[in-house]
Design a protein around this ligand. Structure first.
Ligand code: HEC
Length: 228
């Protein structure tokens, strides 16, 4: 994963297609052969002229993890407070900080900070996924990047501290469909069925369906409602 706002690498896109975005309708397609997933990567890149003109920035490297100690977890807790993560994510990381309301994504659509006490996380729950999320931020969302202001030990301290906030009962089975995921699978199944009967162009014109234009708003409502 690259720095905030820079183009993703082919591997970033491949990883996203393979793993999907947990809690959303973007379901992971590890069932497809890798050659097909790589072909989709190239297809996606054709949608943005930036890929043709902009050389990719060097990928951010996850530096070797120090041992997870209590001292580092505490340090991460201090950093979480000092860096203002709580302004958005809330003092207890439940996604309810004072600035949480009214956040917008790059299109100006309402969005909100994640409840960081649940796993899986959308971007990925492995320690190295969290490391990258904190280092690079999440382009297109209000989640800022901290890679240029923190050294790797500080980032690891935040990672360990966030991990200590997720109790066992908040760690859901990684293979279980969550939030909008069943609707993502449903949309794929319907697309496959209807694509044959009516043609794909027709599908996109149908308003108010899970595969239609309003899917993002529906995702949000359902995701929130579904979260235990
Ligand atoms: C300005 C508000 C804001 C601040 C400050 C902020 N975040 Fe976020 N963060 C967000 C939003 C919004 C998202 C959700 C992005 C999305 O999925 O659309 C997010 C997502 C995340 C995620 C990814 C969750 C997932 O499901 O993959 C992590 C981890 C995270 N933030 C950690 C932090 C940490 C650690 C800090 C402080 C160092 C911090 N954030 C500061 C707004 C913020």
């Amino acid at each position: 994963m690259l720095r905030f706002g820079s183009l993703p690498t082919d591997d970033d896109l491949l990883q996203r297609i393979t793993q999907g975005l947990r809690w959303t309708g973007v379901v992971g397609r590890s069932d497809l052969p890798e050659a097909d997933r790589r072909a989709v990567v190239q297809f996606l890149k054709a949608f943005s002229p930036r890929f043709a003109t902009e050389p990719p920035a060097p990928a951010v490297v996850v530096l070797t993890a120090p041992p997870n100690t209590r001292e580092l977890v505490e340090r991460g807790g201090h950093l979480y407070r000092d860096l203002g993560c709580g302004a958005c994510h809330g003092e207890r990381a439940r996604g309810d900080g004072p600035s949480a309301a009214g956040l917008k994504d790059y299109r100006g659509w309402p969005t909100w900070p994640s409840d960081l006490t649940w796993r899986p996380l959308k971007r990925g729950s492995r320690p190295e996924d969290l490391y990258l999320t904190i280092a690079t931020g999440l382009s297109g969302t209000p989640m800022p990047y901290f890679g240029s202001s923190l050294d790797s030990r500080q980032i690891w301290a935040l990672v360990y501290s966030l991990d200590s906030l997720a109790p066992p009962e908040h760690r859901l089975f990684p293979g279980r469909p969550l939030g909008e995921e069943p609707r993502g699978w449903m949309a794929l199944r319907i697309e496959r069925m209807m694509g044959g009967m009516m043609g794909r162009g027709m599908m996109r014109l149908m308003p108010g369906t899970p595969w239609g234009g309003s899917i993002l708003n529906q995702n949000r409502a359902i995701n929130e409602g579904d979260r235990p």
